[in-house]
Write a protein that binds this ligand. Sequence first.
Ligand SMILES: [Fe+2]
Length: 206
Amino acid sequence: MKEYSNRIPPDTLSALTNYLEQKHQENTTFSFHQDNKEFLNQLRIIFKDIPEIVDSLKEDSYIVTRKVNKANSKVAFCPHFDNYSSTILIPLKVPDSKFNGDIILWENARKTPSNVISHMISKLYFQNKIATKKLVKMFNEGKNFTRHSVKPGSFVQFDGFVGLHFNLNVDSGERMSLLIHNDKKFANTFIVKMIEKYSQYSVKPK
Ligand SMILES: [Fe+2]
């Protein structure tokens, strides 16, 4: 994981937070902003002085805002691999408590899968109820996983395609983050398209 410390000035951070608050769909944990040119352009303006972020804002980036509080903190402790090999995580609000939604990462937990079938098989191997229990226990025992406490103003970039990762829950206040995913693997396969549709559906309020 690569950390960029104190790179976002306070006025940029507040402009960004205000804009994303407006664009985040109410009462949802995740809002998805891909294929939205106006949104992309606005982010390019806000981040104009931060090349590492501007360079990652592409037409086909998968951009998500995530807003979590104690009540909707259920999407925590779910270790998974992404379909993307680059993720930029920009925290906007982080509660001042032990369980503040921090990201937990096991870097290079798997080798780069050579095809979509091996990608799926290792996803199934790591992303099921039994594996989740074991992995969370592993984290609690201080094995393999590292907690990354990234403060607003800083951001990180990591490979969530081979790095197994999850978030802590939020036990007070609110956490808000912007996530920019790039380099989608096996992008044109039916199965990856279905996974993406299903994961968007599964976090929708019902
Ligand atoms: Fe992820």
